[in-house]
Write a protein that binds this ligand. Structure first.
Ligand code: XIL
Length: 361
């Protein structure tokens, strides 16, 4: 089975934290890429042994065929999230049938090693599958329900939690995104219904609302929190809030701490769901590569400290969007980026030691 995926036609802007001069940092970094790769590896204890909360990473099924990478994953984390193979674009076939080979592989890998399995994601604006779009009225609603029931049902008792709704808030924080789901089932109703369906199938699974740029865009964060309150008021069995934390190295200090405090203010579970810190998305005009790396380390340390400072009962997990740089989705955007804790060979980088030190302090 060909696991290389066809790229999603993501609207280009959303995740770009790119400023006009990030090509400068890309250039600066590219100029020193060799040095980045040759950073002296550091010795750290396994991430999951350092943190008083679950540590996760995203993976793709084929990556687990690499015994070196599989060993790194098993040694470092206590939870796995399918990076894309549990999204509609993979599971839902053009004829309306479902395929679960790749997510099954990841779930089995996790179960065999006593790792948690996190389901990502059921309802996402970026997914507009024809198999559903061609239906209308009741048929659409029934197929929407059947999809959620089938996916949550398959991992009932195995998935510890789900990102039920992903990226519902508009890019600039001005209201909610328009999507196939909101058009057909209603702006709030499609979300409320999705949580109701998932909970009915697996009452034991925690159910999250997940989004990005909640650190860099306070207005978006406020809209996200208001949406969570509206869902709760509408009776949605929402368990927790996830902030993706796809940061750039020039994210101001304190932004992550402020965001986590706000998210925890509703008393729900909180998770960092997809952390990476891009060097090449940062405004590198005034920054040397060494400066960008030290700001990267400071952001990872801040995230560790701020998450650890949350009430233990609210800390669900801290997930990285990959472990080694060669695995990162950001490499497709810029081959010089090095956004993760381990280098291409799976060796811990100084930024990993900064994360460890922040949790030990
Ligand atoms: C990304 C994956 O990392 C890529 O492999 C894929 O091409 C696109 O999706 N927010 C999310 C994740 O919720 O699902 C996205 O993952 C990254 C941004």
């Amino acid at each position: 089975m060909n696991l290389t995926r066809t790229p999603i036609e993501y609207p280009a802007e959303p995740h770009t934290y790119r400023s006009s001069s990030s090509w400068v940092s890309a250039l600066a970094l590219a100029a020193c890429a060799p040095k980045a790769a040759s950073q002296p590896p550091v010795r750290i204890a396994p991430l999951k042994s350092i943190a008083p909360f679950p540590i996760g990473t995203c993976v793709q099924a084929a990556q687990l065929d690499d015994p070196v990478f599989a060993a790194l994953v098993a040694a470092q984390v206590s939870q796995l999230t399918p990076e894309w193979e549990l999204k509609m674009e993979y599971v839902l076939q053009p004829d309306g049938s479902y395929r679960f080979d790749a997510p099954d592989r990841i779930a089995e890998f996790a179960a065999d090693r006593g790792l948690r399995f996190f389901g990502h994601t059921l309802v996402w604006y970026a997914q507009k599958p024809d198999a559903l779009a061609r239906l209308d009225g009741g048929a659409f609603r029934d197929a929407f329900a059947a999809y959620i029931q089938a996916v949550v049902g398959r991992y009932k008792g195995r998935a510890v939690a789900w990102d039920v709704v992903n990226e519902a808030v508009a890019e600039d924080g001005d209201g909610w995104r328009d999507s196939l789901w909101s058009q057909r089932l209603g702006p709030l109703e499609h979300m409320r219904f999705a949580y109701e369906l998932a909970h009915a199938v697996d009452p034991g699974a925690a159910l999250f609302l997940n989004d990005y740029n909640l650190e860099s865009n306070p207005r978006k964060r406020a809209t996200f929190l208001a949406l969570a309150e509206q869902l709760l008021k509408a009776g949605a069995p929402l368990t927790g809030l996830g902030t993706q934390t796809h940061a750039a190295a020039d994210l101001p200090a304190g932004a992550i701490t402020a965001a986590l405090k706000d998210l925890a203010s509703l008393g729900l579970k909180v998770r960092i769901s997809e952390m990476d810190v891009s060097l090449t998305r940062a405004d590198g005009l005034l920054s040397s590569p060494a400066d960008l790396r030290s700001r990267q380390a400071a952001l990872y340390a801040e995230a560790a400290e701020a998450f650890a400072a949350l009430p233990a009962a609210q800390r669900f997990d801290f997930t990285f969007w990959g472990l080694q740089d060669s695995q990162s989705w950001l490499r497709r955007e810029n081959a010089a980026d090095a956004p993760l804790l381990f280098d291409d060979a799976g060796r811990a980088k100084p930024v990993a030691a900064a994360w460890e030190a922040a949790l030990r302090s």
